[in-house]
Design a protein around this ligand. Structure first.
Ligand SMILES: [Zn+2]
Length: 426
């Protein structure tokens, strides 16, 4: 047999050691020992090989715009939305494309090869971003699965052009229907927006992913409506609620009713730990709420959860590196998911679980699937989380798109080893 690429001795996320053969853009075989010629044979013994990282919630129209035209002084969601409104007045399609492509370079370098990005569809100015990101989706298609969500960010009813622009964006090929019910003028308008947007998705056979209850308001109830409409319209398995931060503050009795409703409707949840922990609780003194939704409780009800990154260097967040291990690391801490099984689950929430939410049928380390994967300088998923491990090799669609040599830190200490890589075997 002759392959394009043969990876020898990698450690799979489940702990098995395997060789991986790649041919014609596909995984040709995964087995304990594969013999054969290959265009390139690479020894990855002892290194974790994982399906690519997946970011199920991002804003690529705003990324890498930090400081334009000014920074967010209060750090709140509402000032960020206002700031984005100022930036929209001065952006060009070329600038959106350039920033997004730069970000995609970062993503590839971190093994992040599937991204669901919301794109503002509030008004004519925002349509510059829609056109730009549709072009970016085409340009990065060989190596990144970029899925776009039509997002009437200023409110479907609050912004006069939002409804028309959202429908046009879907006509232009944007993949998923978004929304922001908690930003509409009233709870009633928010509820109506959930209904109308879910009906649009049902009519067009599309998925739904709404920014939902991204507040500290314990009375915010839009996730309830989203679960209801999902069931009424037969959208089970195609709907996600992003953020759901109000669930952090809700009454426990109400949540005991709500969680089974979400599970029954097959609605997935996408918390964004880096952003939720920095943006929520801004009106609190002490004790100060964390503002992340109830992840372990959702998991125990069988609700699918994927962690998203949401923002990198934009009006809402002054940091970010396209590293989904940072996202999972923060999520693990905020949700107090520190048992071995829970930590492992946090790794799945930035890989396989988020891929399932995005409906990526061709994703995974299995013979016949698209040959996209990442090799990490770690011995296991949990060690990758602990180390925020270095990416050694990234393969996208059967092609090596990023690589670096393993280079441990050299030490010069009397009587001690001459290098250290902080690996740990209990
Ligand atoms: Zn968002």
């Amino acid at each position: 047999m002759s392959f394009d690429i043969l990876l020898k001795g990698g450690v799979l996320p489940d702990g098995r050691t395997a060789d991986i053969a790649i041919s014609g853009g596909r995984i040709a075989a995964i087995a304990p020992h594969i013999d054969g010629e290959a265009g390139e044979t690479i020894d990855i013994s002892g290194q974790l090989v994982s399906p690519p990282f997946v970011d199920p919630h991002f804003h690529m129209d705003a990324t890498l715009s930090y400081g334009q035209p000014r920074i967010n002084a209060s750090g709140t969601l509402l000032e960020g939305i206002g700031l984005w409104g100022e930036l929209k007045q001065i952006i060009t399609e070329e600038a959106v494309i350039e920033r997004a492509l730069s970000y995609c370079d970062w993503a590839v370098s971190m093994g992040l090869l599937a991204i669901r990005s919301h794109v503002d569809t509030s008004d004519e100015k925002a349509m510059i971003g829609v056109r730009g990101l549709l072009e970016v989706r085409r340009l990065v298609a060989p190596h990144i699965d970029l899925q776009l969500v039509a997002f009437p960010q200023d409110g479907l009813y609050r912004s006069p052009q939002a409804r028309d622009c959202t429908l046009r964006a879907l006509d232009m090929g944007v993949d998923v229907v978004g929304g922001i019910p908690h930003f509409e003028r009233t709870m009633a308008d928010g509820r109506a927006s959930v209904t109308e947007l879910c009906e649009i998705a049902a009519d067009r056979g599309l998925m739904v992913d709404m920014h939902c209850d991204e507040t500290d308001d314990p009375m915010s109830r839009h996730i309830e409506q989203l679960a209801y409409e999902t069931q009424r319209l037969g959208l089970q398995g195609r709907v996600a609620g992003s953020h759901l931060t109000s669930m952090h503050s809700m009454d426990n009795y109400y949540v005991s009713k709500l969680l089974p409703l979400i599970a029954e409707a097959g609605v997935s949840a996408i918390p964004n730990p880096l952003i939720n922990i920095t943006i929520q609780g801004r009106h609190d003194t002490y004790p100060k709420r964390r503002g992340m939704t109830r992840v372990p409780e959702m998991l125990s009800h069988g609700i699918r959860v994927g962690f998203g990154q949401d923002c990198v260097l934009d009006p809402w967040y002054p940091l970010g590196t396209a590293d989904m291990l940072d996202v999972a690391f923060m999520g693990l801490h905020v949700a107090q998911m520190t048992s071995p099984a829970e930590m492992r689950r946090c790794f799945d929430m930035v890989t396989t679980e988020s891929a399932a939410i995005m409906g990526l049928a061709d994703y995974g380390l299995e013979a016949g699937k698209k040959a996209s994967l990442v090799v990490l300088d770690a011995g296991s998923p949990v060690e990758a989380l602990r180390l925020r491990a270095t990416r050694l090799l990234v393969v996208a669609g059967g092609r090596i798109v990023a690589r670096r040599e393993k280079s441990p830190m050299r030490l010069d200490l009397p009587g001690r080893p001459d290098s250290v890589d902080r690996r740990f075997v209990p």
